[in-house]
Design a protein around this ligand. Sequence first.
Ligand code: MSP
Length: 510
Amino acid sequence: MDKKYYITTPIYYINDIPHIGHAYTTIAADIMARYKRLGGYRVFFLTGTDEHGQKVEKAAALSGIHPREHADSMVDRFTGLWEVLNISNTGFIRTTEERHRKVVQHIFQKVREKGDIYLGEYEDWYCVPCEGYYTELQLKDGLCPDCLRKPEKLKEESYFFRMSKYTRPLLDLLETHRDFIMPEIRYNEVASFVKGGLRDLSVSRTSFSWGINVPNHDQHIVYVWFDALTNYLTGIGFLEDEEHFNAFWPCDAHLIGKDILRFHAVYWPSFLMSYGLEPPKHVFAHGWWTIEGQKMSKSLGNVVDPHDVVKVYGVDEFRFFLFREVPFGLDGDFSQHAIVHRINGDLANDFGNLTSRSVTMIGKFLKGRIETPEKKGGMDDHVEDTVMKLIAEYQREMDVFGFHKALHSVFEIISVLNRYIDSEAPWKLAKDEDPRVKTVMYNLWNSIRIVAVLFYPFMPQKSQLIWKALGIGKPMEGMDLEEEMRFYTPSDIAAIDKIAPIFPRIEQQV
Ligand code: MSP
């Protein structure tokens, strides 16, 4: 059977300049997408931009242009960054696209016909920057509980979604699908919120006009989150390409930050259940990055632009750092010191030296060729067994977004290999003309080739360079994973010689 995998990032507000937080979710999705492709899955990887709402309307008005023009001028910031970061998305959606308007109106209409959307009156507090609605009780000293700015009081005719009706179905979903929300701490948060009972949700506005009109009631604009969440359907061809849509829905994983968990874990499955579509299989909420120990904010002027980071440290180094430094799901701190430490320690010393020493030895002792072992001893058998065991651990972790532990397994392989070189001292074997030198080189070549494959989702460009250094010319994409995950004697590789360092040390005082 054709294996398929559908993964998404949130769609980003176009008003923001993309920063490390946006890059984090998108790189995580890219890692998973690449990993699944290696495993033979047909992957659909969707990202995009969230372009409606009062904030966009206001920003455009300030510049004296139409909101659409404003959106058009901002979207390249995102697509441009994804190119720089080597993001392999297969779809990109803008909520201002016509195909999306059709889907949102269709869903709204059907849910209304079913009686799950009704007209009522809405009185609440609205925070413009957060696009969030709060009851009197949720405010903190009269201020928005999220950003502590003054919210606006709203009283208007509004459509409501009967979310209260979905309290029980959602609890059932949570009970029967323990891994619907990941990691567990987020699952518990959602479960206790839903247990408290859900209240109906206002899903239309009349106070601004930049958005999608409610069908047959033009004064109303569909609530931005109803509009935004629906992108996950539009993006894979809902209403346009039934076959494609049915192949990929339900979504395998929505990756999001912890701040937008409720929208994805409560609102979204309720909308879907009401319409009659299956909820997504998993919603994974990751933590937040602080910068040098401080919350990232425009006012502090410490917003990290990923372009700046990759200019100094490199794209793959940045991608690697984000997932090596902090367990995926927890909060983390980004600092110059930490990234330099990771690059120099893990990449330049532990892995880079291992690779260049091995390549040099293969060139010098075996004239750049790898041959089948004839004689074994010392740690020889242990190496292959350990690599196989750690590959299995890596795969187990990758399958559940355990990127951090997966990388840990790769570094265990690296440390075994470093110990192996020290204990077997291949230069002595070569000097004594002991044929076991071939065995050691065979083991090193195979293990490093495998490490490059395991690193590939995180560092696609560097991994390819490692293969090249090992004499392998073929592209890593489209490799036969099963074949590559075992030890073999290569028949068609280029002669192996010296290489320039793949991970140069960063000589920088921090
Ligand atoms: N437009 C909505 C999402 C709609 S999805 C149907 C939105 N956009 S956003 O641009 O504000 O944020 C997108 C993502 O960036 C969120 O997942 C959020 O968690 C993430 N991050 C923003 N700042 C962050 C950090 N400092 N650290 C990590 N991720 C952070 O919300």
